[in-house]
Design a protein around this ligand. Structure first.
Ligand code: SAH
Length: 349
């Protein structure tokens, strides 16, 4: 994969329709069939570009599994329940969820697993990781049967792209991607009334010149779809992601080989993400009549569902090296200096 193909694609699109909305540019950079970053090999994990929480420790997925089992029990053990993961990466989270379910709720652990995944190379890796389970792959939620759905997404919403608007002192304008001799971000047309409503700047106390706000159309579309599904057929959806609870700030970032890089000149060869606006997901879910619980920090969530106790249980071996690694993983997942406060957890139910 290279950044050249993205550049050629973007220049062509810009010459046809003008500067690009950032969410369209990010979607292409990540998922375009010819040059999308997620079609590359070896992107997640130590040998790839970034490490996600399920790859840090099996405890992450096991505890998510225990939580889903609890919700399933509380929901009255609905028959025909389905398990589901959005953007499963290497399949590690779903595999660890299932090994916890096999012990806690064997009936639930036999449920078919539905994966929402666009990348063909990641689907192949998932097929190997999850070879012991009955797995179905989909491009969107619409393809999933109308049955109770217990779903999870870790670092999925941050990959859906985001649009930006900038305040010029009088009006909010789209912030768009242009190309002259290099990529540059430019101010575009003034937001229409319906676009203003989506970006929701009315909730801002100060509208200083140069303020940037964000809005992810795909995040709203997907959380609406899943909330409608849960409202109608039952289930729950646990969302874990880099999070914030407002729409303010330019949070687009790119990572390659574990280091931050400039997003647009590296599009196609770097992971481009943004901080997920949990308030926006909450509004979208509640608009369907579903409930939204949280968000709480990853630190609070995993502390309350017993990550330290789980580590102590696993640490009973005689091997100090293993114990050190276990407690280092707990620290990485929940300490505020690492992932603990950056990541948020919310539940649609
Ligand atoms: N949840 C995994 C991987 C996170 S990376 C983990 O925690 O390790 C993001 C994942 O979402 C990848 O599997 C990527 O291919 C998938 N993805 C990104 N955009 C998508 C989209 N629009 N539809 C479906 N899957 C998508």
């Amino acid at each position: 994969m290279s950044s050249e193909k993205f550049r050629e694609w973007a220049k062509k699109e810009i010459s046809k329709t003008g500067p690009l909305h950032l969410s369209d540019a990010i979607s292409a950079a990540l998922t375009h069939p010819d040059f999308g970053y997620y079609h590359s090999e070896e992107i997640i994990g130590n040998r790839g570009d970034f490490v996600t929480a399920p790859e840090v420790s099996q405890m992450f997925g096991e505890l998510v599994g225990a939580f889903l089992a609890y919700i399933w029990e509380q929901s009255g053990r609905p028959a025909n329940s389905l398990l589901c993961e959005f953007g499963p990466g290497r399949g590690t989270l779903s595999a660890d969820i299932n090994s916890a379910l096999a012990q806690i709720s064997p009936q639930f652990s036999g449920s078919p697993l539905h994966l929402i995944e666009t990348s063909t190379s990641l689907r192949e890796i998932q097929e190997t990781t999850l070879r012991r389970q009955t797995v179905y792959w989909h491009n969107s939620l619409k393809e999933i049967p109308n049955q109770p759905l217990f779903a999870v997404a870790n670092e999925f919403f941050d990959a859906l792209g985001v649009n930006q608007a900038i305040f010029d002192g009088t009006s909010w304008r789209h912030r768009l991607l242009d190309f002259d001799t290099q990529f540059e971000l430019v101010s575009g047309p003034i937001l229409s009334n319906s676009e203003l409503e989506e970006f929701n700047p009315i909730s801002l106390k100060n509208q200083d010149k140069g303020t940037i706000i964000e809005y992810s159309p795909k995040a709203v579309q997907i959380s609406t779809e899943i909330a409608l599904h849960i409202k109608q057929f039952g289930g729950a959806f646990l969302v874990i992601d880099y999070g914030k609870t407002n729409q303010i700030g330019d949070t687009i970032q790119a990572v390659s080989n574990h280091k931050p890089v400039e997003p647009w000149s590296n599009a196609g060869i770097a992971d481009i993400s943004h901080w997920v606006d949990f308030d926006c997901i909450k509004r979208a879910s509640e608009n369907t009549g579903a409930r939204f619980v949280g968000p709480v920090s990853q630190s609070q969530f995993f502390t309350q569902i017993g990550i330290k106790q789980r580590a102590e249980m696993l640490a009973n071996s005689q091997n100090p090296e293993v114990n050190r690694a276990l407690f280092a993983a707990v620290d990485r997942l929940i300490s505020p200096a690492h992932m603990g406060n950056l990541f948020q957890v919310g539940l649609i139910i």
